[in-house]
Design a protein around this ligand. Structure first.
Ligand code: GDP
Ligand code: MG
Length: 722
């Protein structure tokens, strides 16, 4: 080997670059200027076992954004001269600040080795850095050195040559900059990629990031080659600037910087930094984190916070939920009184008002939930939750960033898998992301909640809250176990190493909370106005058509006549009851005869294994379209024939008195509803996010089979024991 290796030396001012450069190159150096600018360019060589290493000493910078001439020079050198390796010299006594520049090399993707300099100074200050841990979490080699004495420098060069020999491709690392920025960045990146903007020189996400950071050099270049696209990107960024201003009272550059520091903090929290004696250097965020991410107090606080969120959501939403319920009840009554009996009335009352009302009725609950989540998210606490759950989640082949998607999907009960699935978009490890995407629908979303609540209140009324909590915990367990199964089979693969950012705590602004709450709530409402409306009408039609054939209708009216004739003189109550029984029988026959009834009846052959009768089947079938309709369909299926409004019992009473229902069946139905096919909108979202319909179909089939096996097991074992 006698080909030469080209490396660059980079670091913050005063990190010891010049000292190291001199120690390595000695007399073999020359000084000039970078072409076109007066920034000094120093080059020299180092010999390692006969191999020549060309070293360029880059100007010292704190960042790689084009804010100063030095930064542009350093960046252009990296991009256009493509050194094989960059030796990033870091002042160990100021690790956190120095690593900021490192994050930007990562964003660019250039192979980096870290020269951890001034460990003597750090040691004197009581700072001990575990280089191997730092290396593990940064994902690059770290060599401790003392540039002034030459300690560690030959090891540094050996490692550098070895890294250069691997000829690794540039692999840009994505750091998360928080949801708002990440989503915008994804969008920009897609546009940059589609048009191959500056693709010859720069990675696409990096270009997008530079637009966000308003990097003049890159924006100018972009304008030159594609003015139109550049204008679109700048418009998008302007929108984000406004959005961040409105919600967080901050701007993209600050958000990005916060998260770069958050990334560093996330690493330093992992036992990299051991302070031998405590110094007065803790910032407020660190001080708060001392408690909130403490090994013992951290999880305790987390439990309390989540419990508080649960209480907050359910306590304060109760009243508005009941208002909306009575509002829809009122609308129903009015329509019922105004419209003449018939199919139009049936369509409007059972199809439209009940269906859509069922969804909209839950809006307050969802809204309070999302408001609580927004507080946790905007304040920076949610990042800590993810950080703490990371260790547990890794056991199941996921990582801490999946926590958010689970919570939004209903992990604390009452959420929606649609925004939950969308939230996975910012997860940076593809396999973990897919596993999260597919398991998030297992959570108890706001649509499943009323069904669970009803069945629990009827069949497990001794400890409602306890059971509710149990089923919530069970969802997490099931989701995690299934995620593990997926990660061992169809999504097999190594865990992607990455670090969770710990951005500093900040006070959420009220306006920001409102906007973030509304964004997520609106996705849910939109669903009610469009998909649910369509589905409600469809299900109504399937349960109504085709009506009984004339011959059967005639049979029922003959029975009626017979009763009227024979009981004419008898006690009137018996007469009314008999007539009602006939009405009910006719309605039931009609339902069985309908499209939905036939499907439900046919499915009974299989579904009876899990204890589901044909009426339940109809409801479950409807639930594939939207979980919201399970309850209303069950209600319709069971209360058909309830002609006399005075005698009408609630669905709860009907189920409690029905000999076909018992706790075992209720449990089996409950489990099935919790875990079977996600609703239609979620499936569409999964397919879109996974980039293929295959995964949408997979989630429907896999979840349904899984849920059915579980329900069957519980029903069979339960029936044996019972
Ligand atoms: P540059 O700005 O990155 O080029 O930094 P310099 O090489 O000029 O170093 C800045 C100061 O740190 C100088 O006074 C060096 O002598 C000192 N220095 C560099 N490396 C070490 C080291 O490993 N230990 C100690 N104690 N001082 C160092
Ligand atoms: Mg210098």
């Amino acid at each position: 080997m006698n080909s030469s290796i080209k490396i660059a030396l980079a670091g913050n001012p005063n990190a010891g670059k010049t000292t190291l450069f001199n120690a390595l190159t000695g007399a073999r150096q020359h000084v000039g200027n970078y072409p076109g600018v007066t920034v000094e360019k120093k080059e020299g060589t180092y010999q390692l076992e006969g191999q020549r290493i060309d070293i360029v000493d880059l100007p010292g910078t704190y960042s790689l954004t084009a804010y100063s001439e030095e930064e542009v020079v350093a960046r252009d050198f990296l991009i256009f001269e493509k050194p094989q390796v960059i030796v990033n010299i870091i002042d160990a006594a100021n690790l956190e600040r120095n690593l900021y520049l490192t994050t930007q090399f990562f964003e660019l993707g250039i192979p980096v080795i870290i020269a951890l300099n001034m460990i003597d100074v750090a040691r004197d200050r009581g700072i001990e850095i575990k280089a191997d841990r730092l290396a593990k979490y940064l994902g690059v080699p770290v060599v401790p050195i003392i540039a002034r004495s030459g300690f560690g420098t030959s090891k540094l060069m050996e490692e550098t040559v070895r890294l250069a020999g691997q000829k690794t491709e540039w692999k840009p690392k994505s750091i998360s900059y928080g949801d708002d920025v990440d989503f915008c960045l994804l969008d920009l990146k897609e546009k940059v990629e589609a048009a191959n903007l500056l693709a010859a020189d720069y990675p696409s996400r990096w270009v997008a990031l530079k637009y966000l950071e308003n990097d003049q050099q890159i924006v100018d270049k972009g304008r030159k080659v594609n003015a139109e696209l550049s204008r679109t990107l700048e418009e998008d960024v302007k929108k984000l600037v406004q959005h961040l201003q409105d919600t967080m009272e901050t701007y993209p550059e600050a958000m990005v910087a916060d998260h770069r520091y958050g990334y560093i903090k996330g690493i330093l929290k992992k036992g990299v930094l051991a302070h031998k004696y405590d110094r007065d250097r803790l910032y407020t965020s660190d001080r708060i984190d001392k408690v909130l991410t403490h090994r013992f107090f951290g999880p305790v606080c987390m439990g309390l916070v989540l419990l508080g969120l649960y209480k907050f959501t359910f306590t304060y939403s109760e009243l508005p939920v009941s208002w909306l319920e009575s509002l829809f009840g009122m609308i129903s009554t009015v329509v019922e009184g105004v419209l003449p009996d018939g199919q139009l009335k049936s369509l409007i009352v059972s199809g439209i008002i009940d269906g859509v009302g069922g969804v909209l009725g839950f809006v307050p609950l969802i809204m309070f939930m999302f408001f609580g989540i927004a507080i946790l998210e905007d304040s920076g606490y949610l990042a800590r939750v993810a950080f703490m759950m990371d260790r547990v989640f890794r056991i199941f082949g996921l990582n801490g960033s999946s926590v958010m998607a689970y919570i939004i999907s209903g992990g604390i009960a009452g959420g929606c898998a649609v925004p939950g699935v969308m939230a996975t978009r910012t997860l940076r490890s593809p396999k973990e992301r897919m596993a999260t995407l597919l398991t998030a629908p297992f959570m108890n979303c706001g649509a499943k909640l009323p069904v669970l609540a009803l069945l629990i209140s009827v069949f497990f009324s001794d400890n409602k809250a306890g059971y509710m909590f149990f089923f919530t915990m069970l969802s997490w367990l099931v989701a995690l176990v299934v995620a593990k199964i997926l990660r061992l089979t169809v999504l097999r693969g190594e865990a992607t190493p990455f670090v969770l950012e710990l951005p500093p705590y900040r006070f959420p602004t009220f306006k920001g909370l409102i906007i973030h709450t509304w964004e997520k709530t609106w996705q849910y409402i939109k669903k009610a106005g469009t998909v649910i409306l369509g589905i409600s009408i469809l299900i109504w039609a399937m349960m109504t058509y085709p009506g009984l054939p004339e011959s059967e209708k005639a049979t029922f009216s003959q029975q009626r006549k017979a009763v009227q004739a024979s009981l004419a003189a008898e006690d009137s109550q018996v007469r009314i009851d008999s007539l009602l029984a006939i009405d009910k029988a006719e309605a039931e026959a009609g339902l069985r005869y309908s499209v939905a009834g036939r499907i439900g009846t046919n499915l009974e052959n299989v579904s009876q294994l899990a204890g589901f009768d044909w009426r339940t089947n109809i409801a479950l079938l409807g639930g594939i379209a939207a979980k919201e309709v399970v309850l209303s369909t069950l209600g319709t299926a069971y209360s058909l024939g309830e002609v006399d409004p005075e005698a009408s019992e609630s669905l709860a009473e009907i189920l409690a008195n029905d000999p076909g229902w018992n706790p075992v069946k209720a449990l089996s139905v409950l489990l099935f509803i919790s875990y079977y096919a996600p609703c239609f909108v979620t499936v569409v979202c999964i397919a879109k996010e996974a980039g293929s319909w295959k995964w949408g179909a997979f989630s429907m089939i896999f979840n349904t089979v899984f849920a059915f096996l579980l329900a069957t097991l519980v029903f069979q074992v339960g029936s044996l024991l019972g």
